[in-house]
Design a binder for this molecule. Structure first.
Ligand SMILES: [Zn+2]
Length: 106
């Protein structure tokens, strides 16, 4: 019987010595967030162990089986969320007037 292989994660360079570091175990995990423990390959010379956070930021193609508990902004490829300088197509109204501030009276 074949055992299930652990998923392979990309390597990342150790922030101290620059050597490749590899994922060893996963920590805190949710539907959109995961922490992975990385170990530097230079065990004796460096030995750095650090945590890398992986987070789902936005949707670029909607899911055919969406999870209602997961709400992500929808963007195009290579365009960050909330960075569109153009107004929305249905945003023809003038900007709202500033809020009226009440005076403090005795
Ligand atoms: Zn290192």
């Amino acid at each position: 019987m074949k055992t299930k292989e652990a998923p392979r994660l990309p390597y990342i360079s150790c922030p101290h010595c620059g050597t490749k570091a590899f994922a060893r175990s996963a920590g805190k995990t949710t539907e959109v967030y995961r922490e992975v423990y990385y170990h530097c390959r230079q065990l004796l010379a460096c030995g750095h162990v650090f945590v890398v956070a992986m987070q789902v930021l936005r949707t670029v193609r909607v899911s055919a089986c969406p999870n209602p508990a997961v709400q992500l902004p929808i963007t195009h490829y290579a365009r960050p969320a909330n960075d569109d300088p153009l107004p929305a197509a249905n945003d023809d109204q003038p900007p709202p007037s500033p809020p009226v501030t009440a005076r403090m009276t005795d």
